[in-house]
Design a protein around this ligand. Structure first.
Ligand SMILES: [Zn+2]
Ligand SMILES: [Zn+2]
Length: 242
């Protein structure tokens, strides 16, 4: 999808000003370009169309796939513990900036926009509970808020879905600099459920990078009684960036 010249200039300006703009954006105006928003939305029709939608993705891990195929090669060879991933957007451009603002500046305006965007492409919701990705208490104290929990609460309220909390029992190293294999090893045994889970649970997260967090949490869910675990996230890292 090509951005029109005018829109790309607006987005660039928005990215440069970053969080400021989201904070200043008024209800009734598009968070991306400040034009009047569509009724009851945080954006205008033009901007939402130009967002980096994850249109062709592996049904299981949500990774963008180059050609039409239900499941990617990696999931066929080495399937993760979760069954399906719904991540409607790609973690790039304006979405990356929005998630960054939500996560590191704890902007509720950015968070509400992300929830609204998630609700535009909901997964087939047969799940019986949402499970936010837990943070280890030391990380939670440092950052002051858990973005997955916040999203799960809002979405749970919007859809009438209860929340079940897992516990992070291992403070792992930061995942950002690790590759897929290192991430998986880093997270082995990191989560546990203190109560039995319903048969079908849906993990809520902001960004799915390699799927290793979802895999570790899904394994804990399966051990605690779930028969099926899915993931619903705002965005997936683009192809080859995980
Ligand atoms: Zn707009
Ligand atoms: Zn896959």
């Amino acid at each position: 999808m090509q951005l029109s010249m005018q829109l790309s200039m607006q987005l660039r300006r928005w990215l440069q000003r970053g969080s400021d703009l989201v904070k200043r954006a008024m209800p009734g105006y598009c968070a991306f370009c400040l034009a009047p928003a569509a009724k009851g939305r945080g954006w205008c029709a033009c901007c939402v169309e130009e967002l980096p939608w994850n249109l062709r993705a592996c049904r299981q891990c949500g990774e963008p796939v180059a050609k039409e195929q239900p499941v990617c090669g990696r999931c066929l060879v080495d399937p993760p513990a979760f069954t399906a991933t719904q991540a409607g957007l790609l973690y790039q451009n304006s979405i990356k900036a929005l998630i960054h603002d939500f996560k590191f500046n704890a902007s509720p305006r950015a968070g509400m926009l992300l929830c609204e965007l998630m609700l535009l492409t909901p997964p087939s919701l047969t799940g019986q509970a949402f499970v936010p990705v837990p943070m280890h208490s030391t990380n939670a104290r440092k950052r002051g808020f858990n973005q997955s929990y916040w999203l799960a609460e809002q979405l749970g309220r919007a859809l009438g879905m209860p929340l079940i909390n897992a516990k992070r029992i291992k403070a792992s190293r930061t995942q950002r600099t690790l590759n897929r294999r290192e991430r998986a090893a880093n997270l082995t045994g990191a989560f546990t459920f203190e109560v039995p889970t319903p048969e079908h649970i849906v993990i809520i997260d902001d960004v799915v990078t390699t799927g290793s967090t979802g895999h570790a949490l899904a394994r804990a869910g399966l051990t605690a009684g779930a028969k099926r675990v899915d993931i619903w996230a705002v965005a997936r890292t683009p192809l080859g960036k995980g």
